[in-house]
Design a protein around this ligand. Structure first.
Ligand code: WTA
Length: 652
């Protein structure tokens, strides 16, 4: 993989430090530095002892494992020989306890409808839907695609898959029918669960229609289950499509959890890598569950009486790990909201916090920047005094956004946990522990117990303080991805070949003089747009599939709200471009990937700047997209006039 040092050099000077409030520290799940140090050291020196104890104490196993961890990376196995079921741990054991009438999910739809599911309700619904899936022919090991709005049925369907040992593959509702077809094919999905439509800013997102289009191109899918959410008319194919409520009306609510191997695939989640083809990140059961459960408790300081809200869509890893598996394994009360933060008004999130007395709130910097733009009068209208902890995830949080979050939302009272992790890591890796870590705005601070990070140069040598390098993990952790579905070679190549013996995250970072980690962003060709990962190659492949496009290069540029925007440089076959083609290309990319990949800028160019060996010089394009002078070396540029032309066009 080629690594570009575009982000490694940036050096942020931030010296403010915020100690945890004393009353928070006194009651925190991890409450002293000494406790953290002892845990971290034990997890490093004796990972089997550390994780084995936690697994016995915190999870319900049908059969104990033979060994806690078997091999070093990349062929890691955790709790080998153990038998467990994720749904049993997230639902049944709570439904059997005093928690049976505790709210598991407090859900609010965008139009304002609400539902509360207790652990007992969740137990009944997941059992019934597991029986529905069985009736449709789903067996342990089969793949089921979930392409749904953020409604309780999505959590129910995930847990029902887990109940049977079927592997779910959730596709975020913002992806297009082409993206659904690609993912169905890659996973060889047997059943798709969807809805007629979801709600987004008062408009219907036509999910069933997209599924219909995708099925023409994904032949492995035999059955489709449709939740009636929006109540709009949809096409229902005979003997293929069934309404959720019809199927649920006459199934039994008895369905045993199927004990599966600890290493049994729990889910596949597609994410963007540095090539055009999305990667099917595969997570297994025992280690993933333990990792998400313990990190939820340590980082969010989850207590029995908390009302916890993570605003992520379940279609992303944050939703998998911190809306569903982590908090439910802990028996927590989780708030879910279906829609947009600015619908019907820009105070919707604060209204929800006030209404349900949310105590823990976990969101993304891109949302925080939008809140800042919408104005302080929105949060000021609501009572946010129930909040005690704030979290951030998905991209580096800029210090201004951090300070705003701290002052305006947290009233300078709530610790902020800036959590660094990835689809691949399954669980939070680097984050403050809210009772002990003095936070610095913009730094995700320190590794959790069990996480052994390093910052290295391209030869794998550890770098001293304040020198930017590659972020790697030196030791395996329980919730690590196990493979890329159907492509184990790509798995090894992507994560373990850059720095032999280490997991390479794809991010650049530095450690400061206090040992705090500052993540600076991706060093590969992955964009982070509004906290969502997109590969530049993915957008380029979509563009060159258009009949009028000859060549395309896509780069990110700094964007006030989204963090990174998408800028496309396009050479057309005719050599010309105009506004109507621009609109057409934007639609074309949306159709191929989805609305989340909508280009912010299309720049037509007669030619793209290339090296003599024909490689597109993205660094120069990034400078142009950002409106910067190119500081770096241009001596390998093949044709200087190309660059001058691009800048001229830009000014015009
Ligand atoms: C970035 C999201 C800085 C990083 C959970 C990573 C972050 C990618 C942070 C993973 C953070 C995530 N500070 N950067 N707190 N959290 N990132 O797979 O570049 O959607 O590699 O997982 O997001 O994105 P993914």
């Amino acid at each position: 993989m080629s690594i570009d040092s575009k982000n490694i050099e940036s050096s942020l000077q931030e010296t403010r430090k915020f100690a945890p409030p004393a009353d928070f520290a006194a009651n925190a799940n991890i409450s002293s530095e000494a406790q953290y140090q002892a845990m971290w050291q034990k997890a490093k020196d004796d990972p089997a002892g550390f994780w084995g104890e936690l697994a016995s104490e915190n999870l319900r196993w049908s059969k104990r494992w033979d060994s806690v961890m078997d091999q070093s990376m990349p062929e890691t196995r955790w709790f080998n020989g153990g038998k467990i079921n994720a749904c049993d741990n997230c639902v049944d054991r709570h439904a059997e306890s005093w928690r049976r009438n505790k709210a598991a999910i407090i859900w609010e739809g965008e139009p304002g409808d609400t539902r509360v599911l207790t652990y007992q309700d969740l137990h009944r619904e997941t059992s019934k839907f597991a029986n529905v899936l069985k009736r449709l022919g789903v067996r342990s090991g089969d793949r089921v695609t979930l392409y749904m709005p953020l409604i309780p049925e999505l959590a129910i369907a995930m847990l029902a898959c887990a109940r049977l040992g079927a592997t779910h593959s959730i596709i975020f509702g913002g992806f297009s029918s082409d993206a659904v077809a690609d993912r169905n094919n890659d996973a060889q999905a047997k059943v798709v669960v969807t809805a007629d439509a979801g709600w987004r800013r008062g408009k219907e997102v036509l999910l069933k229609q997209a599924v219909d289009e995708s099925l023409a191109k994904s032949p492995t899918v035999e059955k489709v289950v449709v939740v009636r959410r929006a109540g709009i008319p949809v096409h229902m194919a005979t003997d293929r499509d069934y309404w959720w409520h019809d199927l649920m009306s006459d199934v039994s609510s008895d369905c045993e959890c199927e004990p599966v191997d600890a290493e049994h695939p729990l889910f596949i989640l597609y994410t963007s890598g540095s090539t055009g083809k999305p990667k099917g990140v595969l997570h297994t059961t025992g280690g993933y569950l333990l990792g998400t459960m313990m990190s939820s408790r340590w980082v969010f300081d989850l207590k029995e009486e908390d009302t916890y809200w993570c605003t992520a869509d379940i279609g992303w890893i944050t939703g998998h790990s911190y809306v569903v598996y982590g908090p439910l394994a802990n028996g927590s009360t989780v708030v879910m909201y279906e829609g947009a933060p600015n619908w019907p008004h820009e105070g919707r999130f604060w209204e929800i916090i006030e209404k349900y007395r949310v105590s823990i709130f976990y969101t993304a910097p891109t949302a925080i920047r939008a809140f800042i733009k919408w104005g302080d009068h929105w949060p000021a209208k609501y009572d946010l005094s129930s909040l005690r902890l704030l979290g951030s995830v998905g991209e580096p949080i800029n210090p201004e956004a951090w300070m705003w979050y701290h002052k305006v939302i947290g009233a300078e009272r709530c610790p902020i946990v800036d959590t660094w992790w990835q689809t691949e890591t399954g669980a939070i890796m680097v984050s403050p522990l809210p009772g002990i870590t003095a936070t610095k705005p913009g730094s995700c601070t320190q590794p959790l117990p069990g996480v052994v990070p390093d910052i290295v140069d391209q030869q794998g040598n550890s770098l001293p303080a304040n020198q930017g390098g590659l972020l790697v993990m030196r030791q395996s952790w329980p919730s690590m991805l196990r493979t890329l579905y159907g492509d184990h070679d790509r798995f090894k190549e992507t994560y373990f070949s850059t720095i032999p013996g280490c997991y390479f995250a794809g991010d650049g970072a530095r450690r400061d003089e206090d040992g705090y980690i500052w993540v600076m962003g991706r060093v590969d060709d992955v964009l982070n747009v509004a906290g969502h990962r997109l590969s530049t190659m993915e957008v380029e492949s979509a563009l060159v599939a258009h009949p009028q496009v000859a060549e395309a290069a896509v780069v990110g540029f700094p964007h006030d709200i989204k963090g990174e925007g998408i800028c496309c440089f396009v050479t057309t076959k005719s050599g010309e471009g105009n506004e109507s083609l621009e609109r057409d290309l934007i639609q074309h990319v949306r159709k191929h990937i989805g609305a989340l990949a909508t280009p912010d800028k299309i720049k037509f160019a007669a030619a793209l700047p290339k090296t003599r060996s024909g490689k597109i010089m993205r660094r120069l394009l990034r400078d142009i997209a950002a409106g910067r002078e190119s500081a770096g070396d241009t001596t390998t540029l093949e044709d200087y006039s190309v660059l001058a032309k691009l800048r001229e066009n830009d000014e015009g």
